[in-house]
Design a binder for this molecule. Structure first.
Ligand SMILES: *[C@@H]1O[C@H](CO)[C@@H](O)[C@H](O)[C@H]1NC(C)=O
Length: 479
């Protein structure tokens, strides 16, 4: 922690409201269709709203939007898909009434998966942050877009089913259980909560990979968000029993999705001192709780040697139930056979996987500077992902509260983890698309505050564009 950082953050968090006339934010339009988007009409009232004339096929454009009075402020921009076989266009709309928001209204014959003709797609609006609208496809099959179906994996299995986890992109939730505070250990929601919705809501919004950090207390199992100063400093979050219930509720409503819980940062706070590890017995106790997940993936043969190099159809197929996988640190014990037999048909161990059989690279940027975040995440992506089946990579688009000011300024929501997340979201929507290509794209897109399905639409657009070639042969099998 440096004084300079803390100072710049202080300026950042307070200055903006002083210099701004109205309330500004950003929208990125990502044109992953085969047609250029041409502006044919625009209008604005009490707004700073200057849409681009042309958004060529394959490119994206970030536009600044400012509401002056946020009352009856309004603006529109109509884009035509130039050369589409049937006339297709859409209108980006900004509205001050009913709370500042942006939306896209489909015109002519334009439709996309889950969004019929003449439908309105809400985009929301993030003060100083970003929202996005994406349209992806070849103009022949239905387009993929913002506001995708909840069961997005089932809906796009024809594209992603034959592909491996190394070849597809999945949206992920950072410290997914920190959607509430259940125990205060020096932290407060401002500096420990990373999510505004529980895992059930995150699943509905399309997240399928969850960073889960188990904390053992005398009263049971929780998630947590801690720093190791002199002792553990932070807070516990949602209870694991509640997370199991969230997952079971979701899989009963939307079967046929692959869900991964990635267990890291395990802690034991049941004794006199915090311990940054669990005993073998505590791991088994943890597995008993997770054993109540109904759709743990269970097979007794053909267990993959490398879970990231077998097709997604190994786990889910059309009309199947969901498959939940639990990724474990390599040093963790596996569940005991007696326990596995209680909750698996045929006592399969297949849902609990050591990270050695589930390789993943990528790391967070540990920064509160949004430009450094972009440079660092893109550098990491480009160095790890040389080909479309390079080791699975996680791109982490999160801002870390680095300055002491951020940590303690609980009266200013913009300086909280969730407040700062919207800066990272803006960077993700506007800066990732231009640098990815058929060899280099992230497999996991991990964010704080997974509060809408726009991250999912981005991953689906990547899959639509880059995960479409001939399927790979199945990977090796371990005994
Ligand atoms: C784009 O739209 C403008 C009207 O706003 C029109 O004059 C122009 O010809 C259009 N360009 C293309 C390539 O369709």
């Amino acid at each position: 922690m440096h004084v300079g950082e803390a100072t710049s953050t202080l300026f950042f968090c307070t200055l903006i409201s002083l210099v701004e006339a109205g309330t500004g934010g950003y929208v990125t339009l990502i044109n992953a269709s085969p047609y250029d988007w041409n502006l044919t009409y625009s209008h604005s009232y009490q707004m700073d709203f200057k849409p681009a004339q042309l958004i060529p096929a394959g490119t994206s454009h970030e536009q600044y939007v400012e509401f002056y009075y946020n009352k009856d402020d309004a603006a529109e921009a109509t884009y035509e898909l130039v050369g589409s076989s049937e006339p297709a266009s859409f209108q980006l709309q900004a509205r001050g009434s009913g709370g500042m928001h942006l939306q896209v209204y489909y015109l002519d014959t334009l439709t996309s998966l889950n969004n019929p003709e003449r439908s309105t797609i809400p985009l929301g609006f993030e003060h100083d942050g970003g929202v996005s609208f994406i349209l992806a496809g070849d103009g022949i099959e239905p387009y993929i877009s913002t506001n995708p179906p909840v069961g997005w994996m089932q809906a796009t299995l024809s594209t992603i089913g034959p592909k491996t986890l190394r070849e597809i992109s999945i949206p992920a939730s950072h410290d997914a259980g920190m959607s509430q505070v259940t125990g205060f250990y020096g932290g407060i929601p401002h500096n420990t909560n990373t999510q505004s919705g529980h895992i059930f809501d995150q699943l509905v919004n399309g997240a399928r990979w969850f960073d889960v950090r188990p904390v053992h207390l005398g009263t049971g199992w929780y998630t947590g968000h801690f720093s190791n100063f002199i002792t553990a400093l932070g807070a516990t979050g949602r209870g694991l029993i509640d997370i199991v219930a969230d997952i079971n509720k979701f899989t009963s409503q939307h079967p046929g999705e692959l869900i991964v819980l990635d267990l890291t940062h395990e802690m034991d706070g049941a004794g006199v001192h915090w311990k940054w590890e669990l005993t073998v017995e505590q791991w088994q106790y943890l597995y008993e709780v997770l054993g109540h997940i109904k759709d743990l993936w269970s097979v007794t043969s053909n267990i993959p040697q490398d879970y990231t190099s077998v097709p997604l159809s190994t786990f889910i197929h059309p009309g199947s139930k969901s498959a939940v996988l639990i990724r474990l640190p390599g040093y963790a014990p596996l569940p005991r056979a007696s326990m596995m037999c209680e909750f698996h048909d045929g006592c399969g161990y297949s849902a609990f996987i050591h990270d050695t059989h589930f390789p993943l690279v990528g790391a967070y940027s540990d920064t509160d500077d949004k430009e450094f975040l972009v440079t660092d995440q893109i550098t990491k992506l480009q160095s790890f992902r040389i080909t479309s089946d390079s080791t699975m990579q996680c791109s982490v688009w999160t801002i870390t509260l680095a300055g002491i000011w951020d940590m303690i300024s609980f009266w200013d929501e913009a300086c909280s983890i969730i407040g700062q997340a919207r800066l990272a979201h803006r960077m993700l929507f506007s800066r990732l698309w231009p640098v990815i290509n058929k060899n280099t794209y992230p497999n996991l897109i991990e964010v704080d505050d997974f509060h809408n399905s726009q991250f999912t639409a981005l991953a689906m657009a990547i899959n639509n564009k880059y995960a479409k070639s001939a399927p790979k042969a199945a990977g090796k099998v371990r005994r």
